[in-house]
Write a protein that binds this ligand. Structure first.
Ligand code: NI
Ligand code: MN
Length: 227
């Protein structure tokens, strides 16, 4: 039994939750940092934070090929169902027990339209709690928000935070977030994929180490970390 995750570039991660395969925001085909092809990844569940193309564009193809269930907000789940994919809709603040992992949808301050402009519901983050006790906060695309203090009170082992700035919080706000969430480990995401979100991740990681109690886990695309 173990929990591990592999960064596939941008906000795309492949998780192994005690031998169950899960994908988060698997944007691969048009992702210049992609460490895997959409045709090759495996999943039982695909968790999706919002409808933007840099998170959702490969979801239907992967779900159709693998039979994975798409778990997202109600509107995105309806879209997935209409496109012939097994789905489970949730909404902000709700939790559900998916057998090998409990998932709760958090708020995220962002937007969530589909690439054609149609409504994609509200954006979310996820808190995953495993039967083996590990708790993971995946923030999705979001601004800094002070309710992250409440998430921190739950006891977070790993926080996945966007640091790329421009579309989400940047490095400074992510440091503030770490102070509120108090995770053991923090994993940066949503940076360096495009020119607008290039950041000095090594410099940021040094600040995490010196200014917070968290240990930064900076992966190269394709890199894996085991809890
Ligand atoms: Ni977005
Ligand atoms: Mn995004």
């Amino acid at each position: 039994m173990s929990v591990q995750f592999t960064w596939l570039g941008h906000s795309a991660f492949a998780f192994d939750f005690n031998d169950h395969k899960v994908l988060l925001d698997p944007f691969l085909t048009d992702n210049p940092l992609a460490a895997a092809k959409a045709e090759d990844v495996e999943a039982e569940i695909i968790f999706l934070t919002h409808a933007h193309g840099d998170h959702a564009s490969d979801v239907l193809a992967i779900a159709k090929r693998t039979g994975a269930k798409v778990v997202s907000n109600f509107e995105i789940a309806e879209w997935a169902s209409k496109n012939g994919v097994d789905s489970h809709g949730m909404n902000t603040g709700g939790g559900y027990n998916f057998d090998f992992v409990h998932a709760k949808q958090t708020i995220a301050f962002h937007s969530s339209s589909f690439p054609d402009g149609s409504y994609g519901g509200n954006p979310n983050g996820f808190i995953f709690t495993l039967p083996t006790g590990e708790r993971i906060y995946f923030a999705g695309d979001t601004a800094l928000f002070s309710d992250m203090k409440l998430i921190g009170e739950m006891g977070i082992d790993v926080a996945f935070l966007p640091i790329g700035d421009n579309f989400t919080m940047g490095p400074d706000d992510a440091l503030q977030a770490i102070g509120w969430i108090k995770p053991k480990y923090v994993v940066p995401m949503h940076y360096n994929t495009f020119p607008a979100i290039v950041v000095d991740v090594a410099g940021w990681a040094n600040r995490v180490s010196s200014e917070t109690e968290a240990q930064p886990i900076v992966l190269d695309p394709g890199g894996t970390f085991k809890l």
